[in-house]
Design a protein around this ligand. Structure first.
Ligand code: TXA
Ligand code: MG
Length: 600
């Protein structure tokens, strides 16, 4: 399916902006596509009565049109327009769970075009409970056909930013209603017969449905190859991040929190208890070790096989706490954490699963180790989605190009958060050659990988700068023409206008990380300013501190060394610039991590 940017700019409308929402509703009724928040995930909506408008959804998603869409409503009175029959079972489900995270499949009415239902004679109806969704859907006055607002094949979006990543330029507007409460798509229940059949597990659980229906409910079987799907969406590759996903088993006998017996239905999403080892009983400490050790064991195994591997960990705060308690710097350096709350809080894990996968993908990890949570209720829905992410089973959508790694770089940062700054400083002797080249290469990498967030809080953006200076430099000297030419060829940046400057304490102070080209310069700085020793490295000592091991063809350990090219020929300069580029690219993820930032 051909994807084509049709809007110069997609509007971002705040959930509190009543006028903005009614304007979006008006445009939707007239044929535009609008993304809106719900309590499950964000949806990509179009007028369900208008086949042409519905076609635009498939274009924006890059999804084949043989996948039926759910009709969303703001008022139960709209159901009569959408369906031709409401079975007694359907009526019970509607009464019990709407508005809420459920989709009820019924026989469709003639008013709903086949574009919506992919030719099926049934239609899914859903009335979200999210207040912004409700306001918007009421204002639309027509039923709104909507799939999840992600690009086909990528994790469903649970916030407006994730929608923007996938949809900027492809839809008229995105309404920002904050984080989706549940984070997993609705429970889809076929209510055309007497017995409920659950086509997709979600926050309304099997037990909830059985209680309501006064009888047993069945899960639709998983599909074998070649079988026609009952819910056609089931056959496509879903929720797949770019990294490999491995599921870490939860310890036997551990008990989930926020599951079926949870009263408010939101689980422990509010309060997160960080473990304090010193205050814990022996049993609690053992329980925590049982949860975290599968991650640590597996990561050590992976690093043994590949010392360059970068691992994402999607887990509870307990798991990171144990990593930190162990204090293995190398393990920590190679790990990106996404903590969803307490490890056994299934509501919290579900709430953050899709955002966590998207986030860790942006950190360019090779493998994501994710917490498995077994149990009924929400855990069934959680493991259903996580299993799909891990299995990457099913077909890739026909005709779709292989998706590229997500980049959040083109998004307007200001729309989402506050911004801080961070700086990395490269140091050599006279700042006319190698340190200038490092600055140029790093600036290039920073531009390509921006924007960044502070590790302490994902809602704080960070602008990052590279600088260079020389320990014995005189101020204002021009760079060596040899390096100017080589840098221009290697990274396409012109450094001819740069001028040398001398290092000084204020510059050290303003820098969050200082890297010298040669080992002796790092020693020299630390000798003069011992109080900043934790942020001073040479290229090779920095690599070693990250646990990166380099070997030459003969298997001997080598350290990073960049010979001074000055006085040599053009080819030597070129070789030097390329080598610096290669080393810095390799070190880049570790550099930003050490600076306390990460890719947004
Ligand atoms: O929570 C949700 O349901 C979200 C929000 C936006 O409401 N929507 C959503 O839509 O997840 P989508 O298109 O990503 O998934 C809809 C699922 C698909 O698996 C589809 O095959 C199934 O519902 N479905 C829709 N209509 C159906 C029908 N008539 N018969 C069987 N399955 C149907
Ligand atoms: Mg979907």
């Amino acid at each position: 399916m051909e994807r084509e940017k049709i809007y110069k700019e997609t509007k971002l409308v705040k959930g509190e902006d009543k006028a903005g929402i009614s304007e979006c509703a008006k445009h939707l009724a007239e044929g535009e596509v609008v993304a809106f928040p719900t309590e499950t995930v964000y949806g990509l909506g179009a007028n369900a009565f208008d086949p042409e408008a519905v076609g635009k959804i498939f274009k924006a998603k890059g999804r084949p049109s043989d996948n039926p869409l759910i009709c969303h409503i703001g008022d139960r009175s709209q159901i009569g327009d959408i369906v031709s029959e409401i079975t007694p079972l359907a009526q019970k489900l509607i009464d019990a769970f709407m508005p809420g995270p459920i989709t009820v499949i019924m026989k469709k009415s003639d008013k709903i075009p086949s574009e919506v239902t992919a030719g099926l004679d049934t239609v899914g109806v859903r009335m979200p409970s999210d207040p912004v969704a409700n306001e918007f859907l009421k204002a639309c006055k027509v039923p709104v056909a909507a799939p999840s607002a992600n690009l086909s094949g990528s994790p469903s979006p649970t916030n407006a930013r994730a929608v923007m990543e996938d949809m900027d330029g492809y839809v008229y507007a995105v309404i920002d209603g904050g984080d989706s409460v549940f984070g997993l798509e609705s429970t889809v229940v076929d209510a055309t017969g007497e017995k409920p059949v659950i086509l997709r597990p979600g926050a309304v659980t099997k037990a909830d449905i059985e209680d309501c229906a006064n009888g047993s409910a069945a899960f639709a079987g998983t599909l074998e190859a070649g079988q026609t799907p009952k819910a056609p969406g089931m056959k496509y590759r879903h929720y797949a991040p770019f990294a490999n996903v491995e599921i870490m088993d939860m310890p036997k006998g551990a008990v989930l929190v926020g599951d079926e017996n949870d009263e408010d239905g939101k689980g422990g999403l509010g309060e997160v208890k960080k473990p304090v080892f010193e205050e814990m009983s022996e049993d609690d400490r053992q329980a925590l070790v049982d949860i975290a050790s599968p991650f640590i064991h597996r990561e050590r195994e992976i690093l043994k096989a590949n010392p360059f591997a970068r691992i994402g960990v999607f887990a509870g705060v307990e798991v990171k706490a144990l990593y930190e308690k162990l204090g293995d710097k190398i393990l920590l350096m190679h790990t990106e954490f996404y903590e969803y709350g307490n490890a056994l809080d299934v509501r919290a894990a579900a709430h953050s699963l899709f955002e966590g996968l998207r986030h860790l993908d942006c950190q360019e990890v090779d493998t994501i180790l994710a917490q498995g949570l077994t149990g009924g209720g929400m855990a069934t829905a959680y493991m259903n989605r996580l299993g799909k992410a891990a299995g990457k089973k099913g077909e890739v959508v026909p005709g779709m190009p292989k998706p590229e790694r997500p980049s959040r770089s083109e998004l307007p940062l200001e729309a989402f958060k506050d911004t801080y700054t961070a700086q990395i400083l490269f140091v050599d002797d006279d700042n006319t050659c190698l340190s200038q080249a490092c600055e140029a290469v790093m600036t290039d990498l920073l531009e390509k990988n921006s924007p960044f967030d502070m590790l302490v809080s994902r809602s704080i953006g960070c602008e990052v700068y590279a600088e260079s200076a020389g320990i014995t430099a005189s101020d204002g000297a021009i760079p060596d023409p040899g390096i100017v030419k080589a840098v221009s060829e290697a990274v396409g940046r012109n450094i001819a206008h740069c001028r040398s400057k001398r290092t000084d304490p204020a510059l050290y102070d303003a820098s969050d990380l200082i890297i010298t080209v040669r080992d002796e310069h790092a020693f020299e700085i630390v000798r003069a300013f011992p109080q900043i020793k934790d942020k001073v490295f040479s290229l090779s000592s920095f690599a070693a501190s990250c646990g990166l091991v380099f070997k030459d063809a003969g298997g001997r350990l080598v350290s990073i060394s960049i010979p001074d090219p000055r006085g040599e020929n053009e080819a030597t300069f070129m070789h030097t610039a390329k080598a610096l580029k290669a080393w810095l690219e390799m070190l880049f993820p570790y550099i930003i991590k050490t600076m306390g930032i990460e890719r947004s």
